[in-house]
Design a protein around this ligand. Structure first.
Ligand SMILES: [Zn+2]
Ligand SMILES: [Zn+2]
Length: 328
């Protein structure tokens, strides 16, 4: 059977949400074009912007790197790889491999770790929290730390935007979780037009947000990018609501292909005006580390969860004392 787009090459990939059968070349071109349209639609970045990519070392990192290298001047792209510190997962050699692939694109990768920033690896933090009876999902520590570290480097390098590899599955799950929680602000903050809550936060964009996870996996496979063989050992400690939403959405998507895209497209349309109107919060600063906090809080989210793990003086707070010059 021939490809539905070029009509020349053999079709190899069925795309359920469009009902088309594509050859490898047309599939790659389709994904790149959809990312370009999404970037343009929201003005995610402009030529000349310095972009700081947060790369995890997973397949989506390579896909993000490849697509952005086709969309943007690579001399204006910096990448940061954060080693979480989870036994057997995202090890030094995975990061070395990522670094060497990135070098072929002309992109430098700064390698850092959660330990380097907080003084403790992710696994240490999680076990310390659990041993104190705080049954938090590892993803909470991971997500909050990664986000902070990325922003730290973005400020340090004067980046205009931070860029993450979140795909459509991730975004649709987060949107539905926010809906189910009734978290209106959280939902609006997810919109590509929403500005960050504080001037200390560098705007974050997600160019792959309309690309299905199976598509990023297929893209990575076709391009010969390494697939991470090991799963994170904390996978089963994922927050329950999110895990249920994930499962339910897969079920719905398999019966009605295109569902995830429709969910996100409608939310994008409905919330565009709200997102543009969203004002930065009147943020306070953390009494421990000086980073932004929501008005009702004394300490920031990261300091709070570290404190729950018994870490009262995290490393980053030592070199960014309140009132002192930030080491930027
Ligand atoms: Zn084709
Ligand atoms: Zn803090």
């Amino acid at each position: 059977m021939k490809c539905d787009v070029c009509g020349v090459r053999e079709a190899q990939i069925f795309q359920p949400h469009t009902g088309r059968r594509l050859c490898r070349e047309c599939f790659i071109a389709d994904v790149r074009e959809r990312v370009r349209r999404e970037v343009d639609r929201w003005g995610m970045f402009k030529p000349g912007d310095t972009l700081l990519l947060g790369l995890s070392g997973g397949k989506d990192s390579y896909v993000l790197l490849d697509i952005l290298a086709h969309l943007h001047d690579t001399s204006r792209i910096i990448a940061v790889a954060i080693i979480e510190g989870i036994p057997g997962y995202n090890r030094e050699e995975d990061v070395r491999r990522l670094r060497s692939v990135a070098r072929d694109y002309g992109v430098d990768v700064i390698v850092t770790s959660i330990r380097e920033y907080t003084g403790h690896s992710l696994a240490e933090l999680v076990y310390r929290a659990w041993s104190r009876g705080y049954r938090v999902a590892a993803c909470t520590y991971c997500g909050i730390s990664r986000r902070r570290i990325l922003n730290f480097y973005a400020r340090m390098y004067g980046a205009d935007k931070t860029v993450t590899a979140h795909n459509l599955d991730d975004e649709a799950q987060t949107a539905v979780v926010n809906l189910l929680r009734g978290d209106r602000t959280g939902l609006i903050r997810l919109h590509p037009k929403a500005r960050p809550a504080s001037p200390l936060l560098v705007p974050r964009v997600k160019p792959l947000r309309k690309i299905y996870e199976w598509e990023t996996a297929t893209y990575a496979y076709i391009m010969g990018f390494p697939l991470q063989e090991t799963e994170c050992m904390f996978i089963n400690t994922r927050p329950t609501l999110r895990a249920r939403v994930r499962e339910a959405l897969y079920e719905i998507e398999s019966r009605r292909p295109g569902s995830l895209l429709r969910i996100l497209n409608i939310i994008d349309e409905l919330l565009e005006e709200e997102a543009e109107k969203l004002e930065p919060d009147a943020l306070g600063s953390c009494s421990k580390c000086g980073e932004p906090t929501s008005p009702a809080r004394q300490v920031c989210k990261l300091c709070e969860i570290l404190s729950r793990a018994g870490v009262e003086r995290p490393l980053y707070a030592l070199f960014s004392q309140k009132g002192e010059e930030q080491p930027l």
